[in-house]
Design a protein around this ligand. Structure first.
Ligand code: URA
Length: 195
């Protein structure tokens, strides 16, 4: 392994330790695991969800339950590989009873999210659901008004889509998420980010 890889991994390991040691809100005390990411440490695509659920808390990885299965099928259907994505959440510890994280919890987690964002160095960001949008942009969205198109900000291309759990409630809701993932794939190709 080269020195620069060593430096990179050391930085990531230190970051993960900071996440596990964080007690800025009460969620850490009730969590089995701090859920940081799955996929590649750096990747052209960052996918951001809300917060870990029960399965994620137990496994220590984001999107490993039913929503994750749906997300994984979508990625697979567009040939987006593990080396292409970094999947995470706006909040790293599971809220009790799977409730939405509060604004204070989102705020407490934000500095770690910001650090992760810089290190993952994505070009395209897919925000899944209103909590991810609110955490990222700092304002509550009306989902039907903000989904399905790219916003370019500081050279990043940001797309908002519905949370996969929305499609689990009604299979017809898969269609817009599928379409949005298609636009994400097109953007990654356009930017020359995929092999
Ligand atoms: N829902 C999310 O928003 N994130 C997960 O990791 C799992 C379910």
């Amino acid at each position: 392994m080269s020195d620069s890889n060593n430096e990179f991994d050391t930085k990531w390991d230190a970051f993960e330790t900071s996440c596990r040691d964080c007690h800025k809100c009460d969620l850490r005390a009730g969590a089995n695991n701090v859920v940081i990411y799955r996929g590649s440490r750096t990747a052209p695509l960052m996918i951001v969800g809300e917060a870990p659920g029960r399965n994620e808390d137990l496994e220590g990885k984001p999107f490993v339950g039913q929503s994750g299965e749906l997300l994984q099928n979508l990625l697979g259907s567009y040939g987006i590989k593990e080396s292409d994505y970094h999947i995470c959440n706006i909040v790293k510890c599971r809220p009790p009873e799977n409730r939405r994280p509060t604004p204070a919890e989102i705020k407490a987690c934000k500095p770690l999210f910001a650090r992760q964002f810089i290190m993952a160095a994505p070009k395209v960001i897919l925000l899944c659901g209103s909590t991810a949008y609110e955490g990222f942009f700092g304002v509550k969205p009306v989902m039907k008004d903000v989904r399905g198109f790219f916003v370019e900000k500081k050279g990043y291309y940001i797309m908002t889509t519905y949370h996969p759990a929305y499609a689990l409630r009604n299979p017809a809701n898969k269609i817009p998420i599928y379409e949005d993932m298609g636009k994400v794939k097109e953007k990654l190709v356009e930017l020359g980010c995929l092999e």
